[in-house]
Design a protein around this ligand. Sequence first.
Ligand code: NDP
Length: 506
Amino acid sequence: MAKSKSGKGKLTTASGMPVDNDQQTLTAGARGPALMQDVHLMEKLAHFNRERIPERVVHAKGAGAHGVFECTADMSAYTRAKFVGEVGKKTDVFARFSTVGGEKGSADAARDPRGFAIKFYTEEGNYDMTGNNTPVFFIRDPLKFPDFIHTQKRNPATNAPDPDMFWDFLSLTPESIHQVTILFSDRGTPRCYRCMNGYSSHTFKWYNEKGEVFWVQYHFKTLQGIQNLTRQEAARLAGEDPDHATKDLYKAIETGDFPSWRVCVQIMPAREAQNFRWNIFDITKVWPHKEYPLVEIGRMTLNRNPENYFAEVEQSAFSPGNFVPGIGASPDKMLQARIISYHDAHLYRLGPNYQLLPINAPKATTAANYQRDGYMRLDDNGGGGPNYWPNSMGGPAPDPSVAEPPIEIEGQGARHPQDVTDDDFFQPGELYRRVMTETDREHLVGNIAAHLGNAAKRIQLRQTALFFKADQDYGRRVAEGLGLDMKKVEELAAMTPEERAASTAE
Ligand code: NDP
């Protein structure tokens, strides 16, 4: 516990009135009832009742730290963003890591993707990279997101996690197979937040001073080395030390063992995107390294713990819509939805002035606009200056020079079916066949069998058909682990998704 920030001064109420006694309630007689005029008691209890703010629906359990990003390559040929425009330039950052599905008190060792959110306090405003420790995601259409998350939470009747819900949805959502394969590898249970990579997963737009456009994906490569827990280790830690990753991050920084990441991007010139083999904005796929090698742009080091968890970590609010000139959105519809959704979640959770909170406010520049009033406006609210634009009172003016280059968009407004170039199975197959070691494969199959084995037989069969479609050996080994009839798995694998969904095989 750190020293009190209020020093040895007098105890007061919130309005500053000195408090005479903080141990005995004001009562009528020694045994009598409490008096309503005990303002200190009333205020203390009322504030206590309001200590909790709404928990994040996803990414509720997290840990964070402050640090610095140092640019190691001048990227001005690709983006006009200043924080990556000069070798040696340093930008303050705040990072928050989290699990996704569990509540605020859940175990750090849960099998789950890990959130990997970074706020860069740049001189051109805050830039947020809200990624995960996985390069892909379960779904590519945001309309499916609330349903997906419901299946990862608690059964509405039992209030317990439900393997049927979990696998029913995934087995009916074939595009999830890539992420499911990563999640059920040991990377689904990182040993600590320091020892995992971070990925933007989405494609973003970079544009330079000349208005040339590039598509990029971010990769944060841990310099602590990838370290994961086995299923058995994770189960033990979840019970014995549910905050193990939170404590690990805090302790490492406290003892001067600052974690750092090599920050890289994959870069694709805009013209190559149109003719690429698949939709490069599809978040269920990666860009092969051979074709788009990693280019290092900097190093991120975390070197300072938060002084107060609530003020700095719980109230931190990241948004994929926080861009700076030189960086913008891609047409990825998942990203488009997150741009709306994150901001909306913070408005609900923290209120309309959440960006004025010290952890969220710009540090290397000042926000200047005509937003006014609202709950908890905690600065001077623009004082007596103009609250409208245009004005002739010297108020902040838009700067046309920061406009994004135009981007051509065409097509019919419709609920378009899946792109015919989408192959959901090749990349997870490649991961299984070419990237994983035999030990990785063994653990993957064991992790899946231990979890999927708790679902209904017909769901096990339907899900195993997807593993089989990714790689026949993969499917066979899962079927073996679950004791499933291989003939039924193969029949299901040969069906269309609609036929598979309708199948009653068990
Ligand atoms: P490469 O052989 O060039 O790269 C393979 C990548 O897989 C490396 O980035 C490695 O990175 C990562 N990796 C290793 N083990 C696992 C695991 N158990 N779970 C997830 N990732 C792992 O291949 P390609 O670029 O051609 O991609 C092949 C497959 O690798 C992809 O289909 C995808 O599944 C996976 N992958 C690809 C990434 C990409 O951006 N291209 C990123 C991450 C995974 P490291 O150990 O540093 O994380």
